[in-house]
Design a binder for this molecule. Structure first.
Ligand code: HEM
Length: 350
């Protein structure tokens, strides 16, 4: 049997000049966001600027989990309402025909337990992208890449040349080679490590219907419209329901499964992803004007606001503790919208 690494506060290792790098990254992200604001005169998220759809669903914890999986929110029976925002990763409003990482942010309602935010919220946010790893890896690499993005904010060819000149060009261009498919056909991953009660995991969402798995066969091509991802999502959910398995991958070896380098894919043969909950998304319209405005301008997701015993780990996550707040504050200020954390699924418009 595998020995699961037990969570302890000293698993994390501060990176060289970490605080200065975090400050730089947050400022560089804000600078590129201000440039986006100037082009559309409406504030977007620093990243994941293009919302593709906004759906409601239910997350149900699997019965009778073994002790290593029956942790934190998943320790006992539970059935939680959720809202999910699907988005395209960069801070610019890309054409859907351009391959890019797709994000899935899920807010779970009615979550008991101590929270990191200390603001009385009853929600927990899980954030995913459709790639098992994050090429940005840690704060040193991220700072370098974000500096290039800020420098070439109006010059995509210049940015591509600068990245191509790096030793890790293959890794840093990985998101451009992700299959460009229906949003419900992707698997989505935390990419980085998280505390999971007594243990440490990465987590993921995996399509669990044959119909969704079949969607992965069809790639977007040049004849599809620029907003094809939202169009396909609306068409699919007009008539059918969707589902994902929520799985966790327990850390079993701190050396080959590092917390401080999110570009390392943890070996699934050594520790497979195991299902702890099931996500059900009923048929619905994911892109009504009310939902679009609510999800784009009012709602925020934050990996550092939910349950303390599911907290993010590693420098790539420590930078997120500052970045999400800064981005959300700018967006709400510039769009003259009050920030509001919903307490109940009934607050979410249809
Ligand atoms: C480690 C893996 C990561 C994943 C899986 C991830 C995923 C996501 C997702 C899905 C969203 C969209 C949230 C929404 O719909 O509102 C998002 C937003 C965002 N992400 Fe990340 N992200 C990661 C790492 C990072 C890092 C390292 C940073 C920066 C330091 C970052 C900065 C942001 C910011 C600023 C937003 C916008 C927040 C807002 O304005 O509300 N992310 N991320």
């Amino acid at each position: 049997m595998n020995a699961y690494v037990r969570f302890s506060e000293d698993l994390e290792v501060e990176q060289p000049d970490e605080d200065a790098k975090i400050r730089d990254i947050v400022e560089l992200l804000a600078a590129t966001n201000r440039a986006t604001f100037e082009s559309v005169r409406h504030a977007k998220r620093d990243t994941h600027a293009k919302g593709q759809g906004f759906v409601k669903g239910t997350l149900t914890v699997v019965d009778d989990l073994p002790p290593e999986l029956a942790q934190s929110l998943f320790a006992g029976p539970g059935r939680y309402p959720v809202v999910i925002r699907l988005a395209t990763e960069p801070g610019a409003m890309l054409d859907d025909r351009q391959p890019a990482a797709r994000g899935l942010a899920m807010k779970v309602f009615g979550v008991p337990g101590d929270k990191m935010a200390g603001d009385g919220r009853t929600t927990h946010d899980f954030l995913f992208n459709n790639c098992p790893i994050l090429p940005l890896a840690e704060v040193t690499t991220y700072r370098e890449i974000q500096a290039l993005r800020a420098h070439y904010v109006d010059d995509p060819d210049g940015l591509a040349d600068a990245i191509a000149a790096r030793d890790d060009a293959e890794l840093q261009t990985l998101f451009e080679r992700l299959p460009n498919i229906h949003l419900l056909g992707n698997a989505y991953y935390s990419q980085s490590a998280f505390r999971y009660g007594d243990y440490v995991v990465k987590y993921g969402l995996f399509p669990n219907t044959d119909a969704q798995r079949a969607l992965a066969e069809r790639e977007i091509d040049a004849d599809d419209p620029p907003g094809v991802l939202t169009e396909w999502l609306r068409d699919y959910l007009a008539a059918a329901e969707a589902g994902f398995d929520f799985r966790v991958q327990l850390q079993t070896d701190p050396r080959t499964m590092p917390i401080e380098d999110a570009s390392v894919d943890w070996d699934q043969r050594a520790s497979p992803y195991r299902t702890v909950a099931r996500l059900h998304i009923p048929a619905q319209d994911p892109f009504t004007p009310e939902r679009r405005v609510y999800s784009e301008d009012i709602l925020s997701f934050d990996p550092w606001a939910g349950r303390a015993d599911l907290r993010p780990l590693g420098s790539i996550n420590r930078v997120r503790a500052k970045a999400y707040r800064a981005s959300s504050t700018f967006r709400h200020r510039m769009n003259a919208r009050a920030e509001h954390e919903p307490e109940h699924i009934d607050e979410i418009p249809d």
